[in-house]
Design a protein around this ligand. Structure first.
Ligand code: ADP
Length: 161
């Protein structure tokens, strides 16, 4: 039987329990999940690509069919290069819907063979995003309920400088 390859693109600045929830669900459904960091020259991330890759690899050691990568340029082009069948996206509260709807239909127009699948995280993460985590951490608030310990430590290091 054909092996199904999925890609889960995002900024992951930094990875949160919400992202990890989606990655786990995707890894149960697909033969492979490529978690890939979108390099966007217009954004100024808190963590470098290398730091984000390292944090993701660290959290995904127990998910054997997950791998970490990065890409720049068009997502569908990258997906075709990776021979991916599916793009996975997480859907939080309704705020994600409009943007994701537009993106997935645009991607389908450019690459009709690749489907986008949306997954909802556990409700306890459905309000969570990385910018909230960065903002809280910048005020020295404890974000241990939102990110893994290693990521929490990295945030503390960044903001103690
Ligand atoms: P953000 O900076 O908003 O956290 P990313 O660009 O890193 O987002 O997100 C990558 C993907 O993960 C997107 O599909 C986004 O909707 C999804 N995602 C991010 N946080 C969560 C969460 N808490 N629950 C479910 N999906 C999420």
């Amino acid at each position: 039987m054909k092996k199904l390859i999925s890609i889960y693109p995002g900024t992951f600045d930094p990875v949160t329990y919400g992202h990890l929830d989606i990655i786990k669900r995707a890894s149960d459904l697909f033969d492979k999940v490529i978690v890939t960091i979108a390099v966007n020259p217009n954004k100024k991330p808190l963590f470098s690509i290398e730091e984000r890759i390292e944090m993701l690899i660290n959290e995904l050691t127990s998910i054997k069919n997950a791998e970490v990568d990065s890409f720049s340029g068009l997502l569908v082009k990258y997906a075709e290069e990776k021979k991916a069948d599916v793009i996975v996206r997480g859907l939080r509260a309704i705020s994600d819907f409009e943007y994701e709807f537009q993106m997935s239909l645009t991607n389908r127009k450019m690459s009709p063979a690749i489907n986008t699948i949306f997954m909802m995280p556990s409700e306890k993460y459905s309000f969570l995003n990385s910018s909230l985590v960065r903002e809280l951490a910048s005020f020295n608030a404890d974000v241990k309920d939102f990110v893994p310990e290693n990521v929490n430590n990295k945030l503390k290091e960044k903001f103690s400088r």
